[in-house]
Write a protein that binds this ligand. Sequence first.
Ligand code: ADP
Ligand code: MG
Length: 728
Amino acid sequence: MKDNEGVRVGVPEMFGSLVFGDDEMKKRLPEEVYQRLKRTMAGHSLDPAIADAVAAAMKDWAIEKGATHFTHWFQPMTGITAEKHDSFIHPVDGGHVIMEFKGKELVKGESDASSFPNGGLRSTFEARGYTAWDPSAYAFLKDNTLCIPTVFYAYGGEVLDKKTPLLRSMEAINKQTLRILKLFGNEDVQRVMVTVGAEQEYFLISRKKYYQRQDLVICGRTLFGARPPKGQEMEDHYFGTIKPRVKEFMADLDEELWKLGIPAKTEHNEVAPAQHELAPVFGDCNNSLDDNQLTMEIMKKVARRHELACLLHEKPFEGINGSGKHNNWSLSTDTGINLLEPGDSPSENAQFLLILCAVIQAVDDYQDLLRASVASASNDHRLGGNEAPTATLSMFLGEELTEILETIEAGEDYEQKDRKLMKVGVHILPRFPQDTTDRNRTSPFAFTGNKFEFRMPGSGSSISDPDVMINTIVAESLCQYADELEKAVSEGKDFHTELEALIRRVIKAHKRIIFNGNNYSEEWKAEAERRGLPCLRTTVDALPAYLAEKNVEVFTKHHIFTKSELESRFEISMETYCKTINLEALTMIDMAYKEILPAVSAYVKDLTEIAMRQQSLGMMVCDGADGLDGADVDSGESGCAKSFGSFEASLAAELTRLQARTYKALRKLEEVTAKAHALSNITEKGAACRDEVLPAMAALRKEADAMERLTAEKYWPYPTYTKLLFYV
Ligand code: ADP
Ligand code: MG
């Protein structure tokens, strides 16, 4: 590994070298400013007096590293990041410039909010939006630009980004968890952090082949493509040997990520051919969000350098696994305790059980919100397929923990080796080793020893939405428990008796959400229905959750979103869904008219030409022309010595028939796409996309894929699945 001057450096020296982190702050800031900045980072309000000093130190550091520009780096509701670069130059007398960066430039920026999705939050006469420094995340260098993590909001203060609600939800869960910890006598804890580790799945394919497919370039997924002879059925890719070219990509990627202080840790091949995964070491939720956004961006950039294309779409190829982003989530104190780790004392265990209950209740009460948080046109292709969690929420706890909960609920003995009675606050829980809890890979929300793993999020989406939901809804359960227990204690009741009763009540009320079996099975579908767990199959079914009264209530109560902010999020998500499907439909139409039908015509022309020549030479009888089945091979009945039905004639006839069907499906798709696009009500439009456009797309694809199967490769305008997946 080499630094900028080409000198060899070790990974520890390189790690975080492009981040204005704690070391640099300490080194470059006056002690008092440093202390005040640390306080701000720990959640206290920003002290404006320190901004100039921090800005100057950041600028000096950045310039030493070769930077010329700065940008407020933010996360609008497009789900990707945005930046607008300004140089540091400042003209002075005599035609000279100096490099300058003022506190006010660090703290606040202005941007045109009308160019970003806002879901009706912006009135046309006031389109201004602002970015404000988020001191809790470190500034970093990217492409010679100092990037300052910021939040983004409208003139009237409404949030327009994915970061602000996350910060608010982290505050909400901190507040409620501290109340609970206090009840258990943990006076030394000052702050509770959400920890998140996001496992990122992706595909790598040849860049040259990628550019040959309009669907991949424009929509990120293949809209046509016949199934290859070999898919993933041999199960030879998962954890398989990594190809040298991919290995080089991963090494390069690691280096880029490490320089940015992103702790990339595990890399391996995934289930599908050409599919891979990267998992970082977990960190605090806000940093993990930034890190994951950067990771996705850098994956694409590094892939380009290696003549590869990195696909982050949830379902780039039909018939083989899609990509997800497992969101590992836990709570941790500033004293270093993971609150989802069963403790060493009865009191710690009681606390663990209560927090566990809070998550169980939250997932049960707000299944619809969790489902909505991962809803997108692309993720709809994945959820419910036999590869990803179903569209129904449930939780996996493992046999051991479930048994313990059942015993508590029943107030019975828990027979396990030396453990006779399981009583909250009296007994020590067994540790739940990863390998006994992590067996079930089909569950959407699994307890994996000391954290929960939410497996529904899509590979290309921001983890902000799901984490905002989890933080908020768990904060709500904890708030209810704290209200109840604080009251009981103040009335002089026995804490442990009340606690045990509460835990028992929660288990009884919410155990329907626990399911340890195979979530992909047909039995589970029936069982889930029996338990009354909703199956929100598509985005259009899922998004109204943003507007449900109970959900508006929980968000406003914890100051995460106002009602109008929720309405705007609903609109933006539904609009994005419609736009995505519209774009896909138009791309299909374009590909079919401009490339697929002409390509097949060219093949048919050549086939028929051959057939005609064969005929003019008297090589054949014409009875082959009515299709493959009608081919009358070697019948000899025509009286011609060498009579046979030529495959050219038969195939040309078959393809011509398929072309006619394709054309019909194409006209139908045009019609329904235009009809859906003309609708002004966003919910109706979404429904039309789902019920009419998507089926019409599927119908067109079916005919086109049938033609692909019969067309010689040199005529087909696109690389086949086999070429895309196996020739990396
Ligand atoms: P897998 O789920 O494939 O078995 P690993 O066990 O390697 O994957 O890790 C999953 C992810 O969970 C990693 O990113 C890891 O850092 C993260 N993780 C581990 N402990 C916690 C925690 N307490 N909070 C949040 N994330 C965690
Ligand atoms: Mg995992």
